[in-house]
Every structure is written in structure tokens, then in C-alpha cells.
Design a protein. Structure first.
Lengths: 279, 516
């Protein structure tokens, strides 16, 4: 574990990514304490350009709402959706992949056909349809992002389990008469975890992008401000007021970039032999 | 029996004189935007907004209405009303011909009335009080009513009662008549061609019955599906006229600042779109009158007007828009007063129950408006949850009465008996519709006042009745009135006299001319 952290922290991209993520989490957790006002509140005249008033440093939007407050509250929604939907996807995908890989045969066939069924539908289109049917709310958005992102997890875990299953220590565990569940849980999964962690960090980034895209299209939770919503609402007035769109856009870019850097760093740290630098 | 003779001609001359100080010039082509592309142009069969806008050039009604809603002659040159207010006699203009050269006569009027009763829902209800229609000679039409009906002279504009050529439609299957695709009317412009998805072209009617008019040679109605592209088309000079509602509100200030650009909010006096919030009077917190009054105090309607609608329109004072007959502002007032709203909520015993708000899915402006109202209501302590749906889903919820607060706007058609009463009388409560009495307000006194008001004579009596009704309604707040909407018409300043009547661009480009 110590080795993991040292290699993670020695890796510049992983370090930068980690700092960005920690900053974003700090903003999401503590920001609203510094800005007790709701980001929906109309505080100044509309279309106030940025850097003109210190109380609204990033200007105001079409209704006179503080763009900076929107960014801070938006961080909460974006990160929450990203983390929770990834977690749900893992909870669904890991067991399916593990069971398919461990038991093989007909169970494997059935589960993989089921997974492919989801993989054949373009994921963003499916997410749009699900949110539209379930009515836009934070729950339906998390659920639909989870639904479209678990299949790659299942496929990855299955592949790992398939290869681990034939290892001698697994064979030994079977011979000693341990239960299947115990073997999967104690012997196989811990060893299959590192690629899953890398994938998960990238999934968080994808989920943030998906949530932003949904909100951009007007399918966000109407009661919560999010970066995608801000971009979508500001898009139509971009010729008059660029800042409404640009700042949340930058926020999305930085946080997704940060998560990708973390993913890369994790990859290098967890799979030293695959490291591209060839250290 | 003495007759009240209304010399409409005098009226129209005075209005025209006020509008046109300059001498109109003849010739020129106008490009205007039509949004969305109309489903057809046969006004008697389809009456969507864009159909009315284009076809108002091709077809005509018996009357037009000044911005003050006074009737003016169009195909009828004069009219008289009997003393008992039950017989209306119209003298038709002589020498009017259809675009195919056939003369327009009283037989066409009789036929149009019969056809519209079957094809035009609003005309059908407008004509409900009519007992019989007769044509003693070629240029006279007599409407006899079952009982006096105050707003009767207000139902003859081209969109409500367009005149249809009998010789082309009588005895045919109206739905499949070939002339639906190339309509023939009496109007100042004739249909020439329609390139679907691109433009509709109208050309000058050389035999138009008003000498010297129209001034323009041609009109191109350009079809541009994207709102941003419509703005650009105006900026680049591809189009000269953007009718109300064809660009998003936030583009209006930018476009109006362009060189040589004129903006007007006129031309909606007859429709007088009034925006309000349906408040569910049946259940939930909004069933309590005090909560409804609190909502009126809580919402900053001036903000909505100035910021969301860019200063266009007017804060509504009650159920009637200010351009509607018998409007009064002598009613209880609801200024923006959050403190009072909080007090009223407390008095009503409101304790944070969830209230569902349904915005209108008509684009950016309405979405922003929903957000502002939600914030206003949250500021006074209401627990608001926005429900987001598309247009169809919203209509479904409203027509199922499955909402607490919902945005809407409706036309008022100039007279309280035509467009106002329907939203408050208990006989208009019916599931499955998104207009009329959706809020479920029921008050026998209001029912009686609107029933009496429609048939009372003379107008002073109606005025008294409607003013009383307005006072009661504003006190009860069955719905939360927001704004009298104005959809600005944006034109190049060289386009003159485009809007001269109460239905604006829908009345055709008969008076319009280009100052070259």
C-alpha cells in the first residue's frame, strides 16, 4: 500500500489529478458554507460582466444570478452524480462479471448476452430516453447513468476472473472445499481490483460529462443547479454574455481532466509492469 | 324603430390619418419570417397562428378592428344594429371580386357562416347566439340573434370569420378541395407559390377593392426553423420583418439596437395574451385563498417584465388585459411584498408542504420565468418543487388537474364574454383540456355575473357587471395573474404602416409600404 502511494505521488500527472479532485471535493463540501445564498437567487442586475463587482466576481446570468455561486453549488451536483452513479454501476457490474467469469458455461452465456443487450444501444441515447421516461430528477439521472455504464465493468471483471480462476491458489481453495461465494470474495476479487479501480476513476469522469450533457439538453434536475445546466442555459445568450457558458465549461473541463489524470496515475501505480514510461 | 348607424368609414379615415403622416410609396418586395411553417393556408380549415399570419393577406373578414377594438369596415362597408340589439344588418362593399374574378356577394357570406360552423371551433361558439342569417339582396346580410349578445360585433375579423368563396367550395368535399393548396380569397395579396421548407410567395392583387392598395408588389414568407438562424437572417438583411414570437426574447434588445431597426409591441390588442399561473383551487395549499393571495404578493412581477421579457408587456392587474373591453384597474392591488406574503402564509397555517410548480415548455424565456417564480416563492418560505416535462406532458398534467401551480398564457379575444369568463365560470370546468376553468374555481356569484354580462344591454350595464366580476375575482385570486404579454414585431424602419389594426401582422400587409 505504501508502495502504491509513493508511486502514485511520484507520478506528476497522478499528483496533479489528485490535487484537482481534492480541491473540487473541498469546494463541493465547504463552498456552500461560504456562500449560504441559494445559487438561484437573483442578486444583481442580469448580464453583469465578470470582474466588475467583487460580490459577484464571475458576473451574473440572464436572471441576475451569481455565476460563481452556481459553479460552487454545481460542483456538488456534478461530483455527487459522478461518484454515486459510478458506485451503483460497480455494485451492478462487478457481481455480474464475477459470477459470469467464475461459473462460465451457460451462466456466463446468459449474463454476457444480457450485458451485450445494453452495450448494443448507444449509451447516451439510452440515458436520454431513460431520463425522459422517468422524469428528470437527481435519482433518475444517477440511475440512468449507472444503467449505461455498468456493462464495461462487467466485461472487465469477467475477463479478470476468467484468467484468475485457473490459478493454482484458486484451485487449492476449491479443493479445500470453500464455498464459491467465499472464493470469489476473498481470493479472486482482491486480485482483480486494480484494473477496476482505474476504470472506475475514468467512469466518474464520464459520468460527470454525461450528467452535464443531460443537463445541457434540459434533462437535468430542475431543482438543482449543475454545470451542464449553466452551459445549456447560457448557450443561447453566448453572443451577449460569454461568461455564463465559459466558466462552467472550464469547471467541467478541469474536473474531467483531473479525473483522467488520476486514472492514468492509478494505472501506472497499480500496474507497474504496464507503465508506459517503462520505469 | 330608430336605427343606430355606425359610420365606420369615418373611424377608419381618422385612424389611418393618425398612422400615416407620410404619403405611401408603391412597389417593392418584403421578406418576412413565418414561424413555424404553417400546416396549410386555407384559413377556414386550419387556424394555427402561422396560418392566420400568412392567410390574413389572402382572405378577409367582414370587419377589422382598430387598436382600441372599434369595428372598422372591410368587406362590410357599414352596419346597423336594431334597437333590441338582436338584429345586425351588414351592407357589403360593392365591386369586390375573388382572386379568380368572380364577384363576392352575400351568398358567400351565408355559405362561409355555414362552413365555419363545422370547421372552425371558435367561430362555432361565437355563432351560438345566432338564430338565423339571411341575405335579402346581393349586398345585404342580416344576422338575427336569439337574445342580445354584447360581443357580437367583435367576431368578424379575418381569423375568427374568414370569407370563403362559395363557388369553389359549395358541394365539394372541403377537406380535399384542390383550392386548399392554392387558396382564393378577396384579400390584397394572391397566393403564388409555396416551396415547402423554404418560402411562401404572395403577389399583389391588381384588382383589390381598395383603390391604390396594396402598395407592395410581393411578399416572401421565409421559413427558417432555427431561432438563432432567424435572428441572423434579420441581421444579414435576408428578411425585413420578424413577427412577434419569431425570435427569442433575449435577442430582441440586441436586434433592436441594430441600425435602421424598429420595434413595436402593437398589434396584439385583440388577442391580448395574458400570462398567469393556474393555482389548483381543489386541493393542496393553493386551495386556501390566503395562500393564493400570498403567492400574488410573493412574486416580483416587475422583475419578470423587465428582466425576462426585456421590459415588454405590462404587469397584469386582474383577469382582463387592459386592452379588453370593460377593463378596470379599480381592483385590489398585489404589489411585490414578501413580508405580507409571509404573514399571509402564516395566517393560512402553511407549514412547508411541498408545492409542485409546472413551467411551460415553450423555450428559454418560459424556463427562466419558472426559475424566477420558484425563487420568489421559496424566498417567502414555500417549499417548491419544479416538475420538468415537455409540452405534451405538461398539457397532460394540467388537463388531469395533476399540478399545484402551472404556467399558462391564453388569448382574450377583445371581449370578456369571448375570452375571459371561460376561465372562471364553473360551467367551464371539465377534465381533459388545458384552457377554460382549469383551476377549478367555483363561485355562483361569478357564474351569474358572466352569464348576465354576455347578454346585457346597453354597454354601460355590461360595464357595471364586468367591473363587479373583476373586483370579486381579484379578491379571490383563482389564478395568479402575471403579465399582459407583448410579442414585439421587429422590422426594418423602411417598412411603414405594417401594423394598423388590433390583430397586427395577422391582418395582412394591405396598408404596408416601403420607404425607399
Amino acid at each position: 500500500m505504501k508502495q502504491f502511494w509513493t508511486s502514485m505521488l511520484r507520478n506528476p500527472s497522478g499528483l496533479i489529478g489528485l490535487i484537482i479532485l481534492l480541491l473540487a471535493i473541498a469546494v463541493a463540501v465547504f463552498g456552500p458554507l461560504l456562500f449560504p445564498n441559494s445559487p438561484w437567487r437573483m442578486v444583481q442586475r442580469p448580464f453583469l460582466p465578470p470582474f466588475t463587482l467583487s460580490t459577484v466576481p464571475l458576473g451574473t446570468d440572464a436572471l441576475g444570478r451569481d455565476v460563481f455561486a452556481g459553479l460552487i453549488f454545481g460542483a456538488r451536483v456534478s461530483l455527487l452524480v459522478g461518484l454515486v452513479s459510478t458506485l451503483v454501476a460497480l455494485i451492478v457490474g462487478v457481481p455480474i462479471g464475477a459470477i459470469a467469469g467464475y461459473f462460465g458455461g451457460k451462466v456466463d452465456d446468459a449474463l454476457m448476452r444480457f450485458t451485450e443487450f445494453f452495450q448494443t444501444i448507444p449509451s447516451f441515447a439510452l440515458a436520454i430516453v431513460l431520463v425522459a421516461i422517468l422524469q428528470p430528477s437527481i435519482y433518475s439521472i444517477v440511475a440512468s447513468i449507472a444503467v449505461v455504464s455498468w456493462p464495461p465493468v462487467a466485461r472487465l471483471v469477467r475477463g479478470e476472473v476468467l484468467s484468475l480462476r485457473t490459478r493454482e491458489y484458486v484451485q487449492a481453495a476449491i479443493v479445500t472445499g470453500q464455498s464459491h461465494g467465499w472464493i470469489i470474495w476473498r481470493e479472486i476479487l482482491p486480485n482483480a481490483l486494480s484494473p477496476v479501480i482505474v476504470l472506475a476513476s475514468l467512469m466518474v469522469a464520464t459520468a460527470i460529462l454525461l450528467e452535464s450533457s443531460l443537463s445541457f439538453l434540459g434533462l437535468g434536475d430542475p431543482n438543482l443547479i449543475s454545470w451542464g445546466y449553466m452551459v445549456g442555459a447560457g448557450r443561447t445568450v453566448i453572443r451577449q454574455a460569454w461568461w455564463i457558458t465559459v466558466f462552467p465549461g472550464i469547471a467541467i473541463l478541469i474536473s474531467v481532466l483531473g479525473l483522467n489524470l488520476i486514472g492514468e496515475g492509478l494505472n501506472d501505480a497499480l500496474n507497474p509492469r504496464l507503465s508506459r514510461e517503462g520505469r | 324603430m330608430s336605427k343606430r348607424v355606425l359610420l365606420g368609414l369615418l373611424l377608419s379615415i381618422s385612424v389611418a390619418a393618425a398612422a400615416a403622416a407620410q404619403e405611401p410609396k408603391t412597389g417593392g418586395v418584403i421578406n418576412a419570417v413565418i414561424q413555424p411553417e404553417p400546416p396549410g393556408l386555407m384559413l377556414a380549415m386550419v387556424q394555427n397562428g402561422p396560418v392566420q399570419m400568412v392567410s390574413g393577406n389572402i382572405f378577409e373578414g367582414l370587419l377589422r378592428y382598430s387598436p382600441k377594438l372599434e369595428p372598422q369596415p372591410e368587406l362590410a362597408e357599414s352596419w346597423t344594429v336594431s334597437e333590441d340589439a338582436k338584429t345586425y344588418t351588414f351592407k357589403l362593399k360593392k365591386g369586390v371580386t375573388w382572386h379568380d374574378g368572380k364577384p363576392f356577394t352575400s351568398a358567400d357570406v351565408l355559405f362561409s357562416v355555414e362552413m365555419l360552423k363545422q370547421t372552425h371551433a371558435r367561430a362555432r361558439s361565437n355563432l351560438m347566439q345566432v338564430d338565423k342569417v339571411e341575405a335579402p339582396d346581393d349586398t345585404t346580410v342580416v344576422f338575427t340573434l336569439k337574445q342580445p349578445f354584447g360581443p357580437f360585433l367583435g367576431i368578424f375579423e379575418v381569423g375568427s370569420m374568414p370569407m370563403v368563396p362559395k363557388h369553389l367550395y359549395d358541394g365539394t368535399d372541403w377537406k380535399t378541395n384542390a383550392y386548399n393548396n392554392a387558396p382564393i380569397g378577396t384579400g390584397p395579396f394572391m397566393f403564388k407559390e409555396w416551396q415547402k421548407g423554404s418560402f411562401i410567395r404572395l403577389v399583389k392583387n391588381p384588382n383589390y377593392h381598395e383603390k391604390g392598395k396594396p402598395y407592395l408588389d410581393e411578399i416572401y414568407w421565409q421559413i427558417i426553423p432555427d431561432a438563432a438562424a432567424r435572428s441572423v437572417a434579420f441581421e444579414t438583411g435576408k428578411v425585413d420583418v420578424l413577427p412577434g414570437g419569431s425570435v427569442e426574447n433575449f435577442d430582441v434588445p440586441r436586434l433592436s439596437k441594430l441600425k435602421d431597426t424598429c420595434v413595436t409591441g402593437a398589434g396584439w390588442e385583440f388577442f391580448s395574451p395574458l400570462a398567469w399561473l393556474w393555482l389548483n383551487n381543489r386541493q393542496g395549499p393553493t386551495a386556501n385563498k390566503k395562500v393564493r393571495q400570498a403567492i400574488m404578493y410573493a412574486i416580483d412581477r416587475d422583475f419578470a417584465k423587465d428582466v425576462i421579457w426585456n421590459g415588454l408587456g405590462k404587469v397584469a392587474t386582474g383577469p382582463s388585459a387592459s386592452s379588453i373591453k370593460f377593463y378596470t384597474d379599480d381592483v385590489p392591488k398585489y404589489p411585490y411584498d414578501p413580508a405580507k406574503a409571509k404573514a399571509l402564509l402564516k395566517e393560512a397555517g402553511y407549514n412547508g408542504e411541498k408545492v409542485r410548480l409546472l413551467p411551460l415548455a415553450y423555450g428559454e424565456t418560459w424556463q427562466r420565468w419558472g426559475e424566477a417564480v420558484k425563487q420568489n416563492l421559496q424566498d417567502v418560505g414555500m417549499n417548491i418543487e419544479t416538475i420538468s416535462t415537455d409540452v405534451a406532458g405538461g398539457n397532460q398534467k394540467i388537463s388531469d388537474w395533476d399540478y399545484d401551480i402551472a404556467f399558462t398564457y391564453l388569448y382574450q379575444y377583445g371581449d370578456p364574454a369571448l375570452g375571459v369568463g371561460r376561465n372562471y365560470v364553473s360551467s367551464a370546468i371539465a377534465k381533459g383540456q388545458v384552457f377554460n376553468n382549469v383551476e377549478g374555481y367555483s363561485n355562483p356569484e361569478i357564474d351569474k355575473l358572466f352569464a348576465d354580462g354576455a347578454v346585457a344591454t346597453p354597454d354601460s350595464k355590461r360595464k357595471e357587471i364586468y367591473e363587479k366580476a373583476q373586483k370579486i375575482l381579484v379578491e379571490d385570486v383563482p389564478v395568479a395573474w402575471q403579465l399582459e404579454l407583448q410579442f414585439p414585431t421587429i422590422t426594418r424602419c423602411k417598412v411603414k404602416d405594417l401594423i394598423t389594426t388590433a390583430i397586427g401582422v395577422n391582418d395582412g400587409f394591405k396598408d404596408a409600404w416601403l420607404d425607399k
